[in-house]
Design a protein around this ligand. Structure first.
Ligand SMILES: *Cc1c(COP(=O)(O)O)cnc(C)c1O
Length: 397
């Protein structure tokens, strides 16, 4: 059930999906239905649901659980999509998406998440699902690859960890011209900063473990799109048993109520930190889409409604110097995730891009001296003080 209300985002983030399950005890929120199955009075009633004549819940693994359905209605509304499906993890969503729509071949553009990369290159290849990967500097090869009949064009923007911005509308136009679908991983931007469906993207996948959950306390994923494109994905989800747990769905629904205030504040904090760090003598470069001299700034301004809470610092030094800075952080945690209320830092060469050779990292514009920061909700003055004292460790012998 999609939410047709034309309320603003923040209103829908609190109310979309709730009206459908008004509860007998008057709970203002959809209760947690921590049940695996649903009972019927009569066989005829059960058959009405099984044969699709009446809506109803049957068995949680099928996705028919009121807590999960309320969450999916809300996520469809927030992503401006007809429907949404939720999963036990972002990777579950991505794998079901590829199994359902990637069998004619998948073309990836730009840097993609390490798990997605491994799934495509080492696992789906075993099943005969072919994939090609182009850096954005190699886009001249895209029309030729699309011409060979690949059915799915897939990318992430902003990219990890360079925050590279890819032109969504241009990708959609090229894919359309060749009858391919377009899917995007919108995890870094979240629906607050980027609405890919509004730019023509067919399927949007997100790791809800990051901004949507927002508190580093749950693992989940979501795919949104048309009901017709989601139907085959739902069948893979059902038979691979990839469904989100009702308990997690309940927690995620609550998180969505505060998504807008969290992400808007994180955008502001990241902008403050990026501007201050750009002036620091020990910092060679700050990669942040909101900085006027960032290569993708104009494009980000055009296709995003906020520049995000992710930024990457490049230390004036080598990988060991960057590790030294990270190791001296006291408030900011060294941890490989993003999107939570607490600020996290990692060195991509030791985490997301650890398995690439130094040469391959260089080809991708990733230096060992980079530190990626997911900016949280702490006071930016405290975060800057922590970064400054950690950078000061470079001045000591
Ligand atoms: C974390 C992440 C994923 C995978 O999500 P999980 O919830 O950990 O399975 C996919 N894409 C991006 C961009 C991510 O950051």
């Amino acid at each position: 059930m999609s939410d047709s209300s034309n309320h603003a985002f923040s209103t829908r983030a609190i109310h979309a999906g709730e009206h459908a399950w008004r509860d007998a005890h008057g709970s203002p929120r959809t209760p947690l239905y921590s049940t695996t199955t649903f009972r019927f009075d009569k066989t005829a009633d059960l058959l009405d649901v099984v044969e699709g004549r009446k809506p109803g819940c049957l068995y949680t693994r099928y996705g028919s659980n009121p807590t999960i359905q309320a969450l999916e209605t809300r996520l469809a509304s927030l992503n401006q999509a007809e429907a949404a499906l939720t999963f036990a993890a972002g990777m579950a969503a991505i794998s079901a998406l590829f199994l359902a729509h990637g069998r004619r071949g998948i073309i990836c553009v730009g840097d993609i998440y390490g798990g997605t990369w491994q799934l495509l290159s080492e696992q789906l290849s075993l099943l005969g699902i072919r994939s090609e990967s182009l850096l954005s500097s190699e886009l001249a090869r895209l029309p030729g690859l699309l011409q060979q009949g690949a059915g799915l064009l897939y990318f992430e923007t902003p990219g990890n960890p360079t925050l590279e911005i890819i032109d969504i509308a241009a990708m959609v136009a090229q894919a359309r011209a060749h009858g391919a679908l377009v899917a995007i991983d919108n995890t870094f931007a979240s629906p607050i900063n980027q609405q890919p469906h509004a730019l023509g993207v067919d399927l949007v996948v997100q790791s809800a473990t990051k901004y949507l959950g927002g508190h580093s306390d749950l693992t989940a994923g979501v795919v949104s799109g048309s009901a017709a494109l989601l139907a085959p994905i739902a069948t893979w989800r059902k038979n691979l048993g990839q469904l989100i747990a009702p308990e997690t769905a309940h927690l995620l629904t609550r998180s969505l109520s505060t998504l807008e205030i969290r992400v808007r504040q994180q955008n502001q904090h990241a902008a403050t930190i990026a501007a201050a760090m750009a002036q620091h003598p020990r910092i060679k470069r700050v990669l942040y889409p909101g900085l006027p001299d960032f290569p993708g700034h104009a494009l980000a301004k055009r296709q995003m409604s906020g520049f995000g809470g992710m930024l990457t610092l490049e230390i004036d030094g080598n990988g060991a110097a960057a590790a030294r800075v990270v190791d001296h952080l006291q408030l900011i945690c060294l941890a490989p995730s993003l999107g939570g209320v607490e600020t996290l830092a990692t060195q991509p060469s030791t985490t997301s891009h650890h398995d690439f050779s130094t040469a391959e990292r260089q080809r991708r514009g990733i230096s060992d001296a980079m530190i990626r920061i997911s900016v949280g909700l702490e006071d930016p003055a405290d975060l800057l003080a922590d970064l400054e004292q950690a950078l000061a460790s470079l001045d000591r012998p």
